[in-house]
Design a binder for this molecule. Structure first.
Ligand code: SF4
Ligand code: SF4
Length: 245
């Protein structure tokens, strides 16, 4: 009998305690929000997702280097001398095409280390958090706006420009070599007494330069010049000696 009374008391006590709490909260301000219809105001500087304003990106890769988990991948193509990529909103001259700018948010640890070194402030954390997905690959966000055709064209133009520069450089080098050989030949002819040493050596040096490639060409030409001068001095000495005899 006593036990039955104790149990009854405890049951009613529990009910009234619970109802008391419920009634207390019934007249208090609600702490829950009816998401997604209602959304909380997010705190300042909240870190939720990275965004890149690709128009302002100069492809410097400082963000990529700063990332501790290597979740940023950037690809760039040098612009040619004829390309004008314009400026960023911060006044930085753009010299590189950014053909790839991927951020893997599945790897990102939201440290924001990539944001601070950016010279143009174009990589930022934004208040976007609704990007859950069933596939991790969908968490790789691409920000480059270049089409495959544009990438191909930029690569081709750069290649053509590099080839043109290389060709001009080689032409200039050949002209220098030719000039040096001619000079050496002229010096040898002017001073020699009919001995073919200077000419032969200069020609030999020129031939050697052609054969040994561009890297040795200048060295060979200089050597030929030295040889020619030496031969000229020798010929001069011999002429002098003969006249004294
Ligand atoms: S927030 Fe941190 S982890 Fe994420 S991309 Fe930037 S540097 Fe890398
Ligand atoms: S640091 Fe800024 S400008 Fe440089 S590559 Fe990254 S996002 Fe672009």
């Amino acid at each position: 009998m006593v036990k039955a009374l104790t149990d009854t008391y405890s049951t009613f006590k529990s009910i009234f305690t619970g109802m008391g709490i419920t009634m207390r909260h019934l007249f208090k301000r609600s702490v829950t929000v009816q998401y997604p219809e209602v959304r909380d105001v997010l705190p300042e500087r909240v870190r939720l997702k990275l965004h890149v304003n690709i128009d302002d990106c100069i492809g410097c890769r400082l963000c990529e280097r700063a990332c501790p988990v290597e979740c940023i991948e950037i690809g760039t193509i040098k612009s040619t001398d004829n390309d004008d990529l314009g400026e960023t909103s911060t006044g930085h001259k753009k010299k590189l095409w950014v053909d790839k700018f991927d951020i893997d948010m599945a790897k990102c640890c939201y440290c924001e280390l990539c944001v601070h070194p950016c010279p143009t402030d174009c990589i930022t954390m934004v208040e976007e958090y609704e990007y859950s997905t069933y596939d991790r690959n969908d968490l790789i966000f691409s920000f480059s706006d270049m089409t495959p055709e544009q990438i191909e064209r930029a690569n081709r133009k750069l290649q053509e420009e590099e080839e043109e520069k290389r060709r001009k450089k080689e032409e200039a080098k050949r002209a220098r070599e030719k000039k040096a050989a001619e000079k050496a030949e002229a010096e040898g002819d002017g001073a020699s007494t009919g001995k073919p040493s200077a000419n032969t050596k200069a020609s030999g040096a020129e031939g050697g330069a052609d054969a040994s490639g561009d890297a040795d060409a200048d060295r060979e030409a200089r050597r030929a010049e030295r040889e020619a001068r030496r031969a000229a001095r020798k010929a001069e000495r011999e002429t002098k000696k003969k006249s004294e005899e």
